[in-house]
Design a protein. Structure first.
Length: 282
């Protein structure tokens, strides 16, 4: 953290597989045990560390209890769930988890990985990938499915203060998804009775993105235009993905003098706006 001037870090950890485990009791127990280690042992080692609440979505009621168990912890930043499971994340069985998170002032974050593992289906609609590059590049498909599910199942409309954070899914796919959802909503509004405005309006207020990994076109202006289109000026946050081999160096992200204000928002201000009040950060 020191070499890169990082003021504080949300430590998510690596157990992205909770919702892919067939034994629900084990998944719930693993979430509880990991939360105790992360938040009682690891996080206190450095005042710049902040913890998360991992929950297993196979048992929503147990997930709610886990959220309530940690809700009073002063260095707890968000509820953390896996992106893969037996149903898309917007399924109504998950709504009580999101309601509990919002009621306690927590965003909910999900990290890509484990699509196609355990009790989940194949990682793509066409089966299994042969190479890592196919799988990793295709993670946008998982984001598309889950974000569409969240908005169409009415989670954002039903819980106005609900905030959802995507980790390691890219960003550029969000603009065409908004276009498509808005078009379909105009014809199929009866399927989404909770939505009182365009789907894109909910996403521009309540969906947050992170920078690692992001698409990197040769012309930086193309990427910046995409950021503006999805309200990324306010909803994109820096994520390092450290210590992976392809982690992002905040010093070189978004090069160019013209992007100084946007860069500051991504590197600091947007995360501060989302997490700062709860964590007492300035």
């Amino acid at each position: 953290m020191d070499p890169y001037g990082i003021e504080w870090a949300i430590c998510t950890g690596p157990i992205y597989n909770l919702s892919t485990i067939g034994d629900t009791d084990y998944a719930v127990a693993l979430a509880t045990a990991y939360n105790r280690w992360l938040n009682e042992d690891f996080v206190p080692r450095d005042p710049r560390f902040y913890g998360v609440i991992n929950v297993a979505m196979q048992d929503p009621r147990a997930a709610v209890k886990e959220i309530e168990r940690w809700a009073g912890h002063p260095r707890m930043s968000e509820v953390f769930i896996g992106s893969a499971g037996v149903v898309p994340l917007g399924h109504r069985s998950n709504h009580i988890v999101y309601e509990a998170a919002a009621a306690n002032g927590f965003p909910v974050a999900t990290h890509s990985t484990m699509e196609g593992r355990g009790i989940t289906g194949t990682p793509t609609g066409n089966g299994y990938c042969s190479r890592y590059i196919e799988y990793h590049t295709g993670l946008a498909a998982s984001a598309l499915t889950n974000v569409a599910s969240l908005v169409c199942e009415g989670v954002f409309a039903k819980i106005p203060n609900f905030k959802f954070v995507l980790l390691e899914f890219g960003i550029s796919w969000a603009q065409p998804l908004m276009w498509a959802l808005d078009r379909e909503w105009k014809h199929l509004r009866s399927e989404m009775p909770l939505l009182k405005e365009l789907p894109s309006e909910y996403l521009k207020r309540q969906l947050f993105y992170t920078t690692q990994p992001i698409e990197e076109p040769e012309n930086t202006r193309d990427l910046v235009q995409t950021f503006h289109a999805v309200n990324g000026d306010n909803q994109i946050m820096f994520s390092s993905d450290y210590p992976h081999w392809d982690f992002d160096n905040p010093v070189v992200i978004l090069p160019g003098r013209d992007n100084a204000a946007l860069k500051r928002r991504i590197l600091r201000d947007n995360a501060l706006a989302l997490y700062g009040q709860r964590l007492g950060l300035k």
